[in-house]
Design a protein around this ligand. Structure first.
Ligand SMILES: [Zn+2]
Length: 54
């Protein structure tokens, strides 16, 4: 199997300011959303909105 794209940034649109952001794994941080659930987020550099990513 060949790796066609490795480590390429993913894109997501900020729901608050509409900026399209390119993010990498290193940009993702985890935030606790309740007792035993954590979600991945990136921070929009324009408006500092926390955007949930997969
Ligand atoms: Zn934004």
């Amino acid at each position: 199997m060949k790796i066609i794209r490795k480590g390429n940034p993913k894109q997501i649109e900020c729901s608050k300011c509409g900026s399209v952001l390119e993010y990498e794994v290193k940009d993702i941080h985890k935030q606790q959303v309740n007792m035993n659930k954590y979600c991945n987020y990136v921070t929009c550099p324009v408006c500092e909105n926390e955007i949930k990513v997969d």
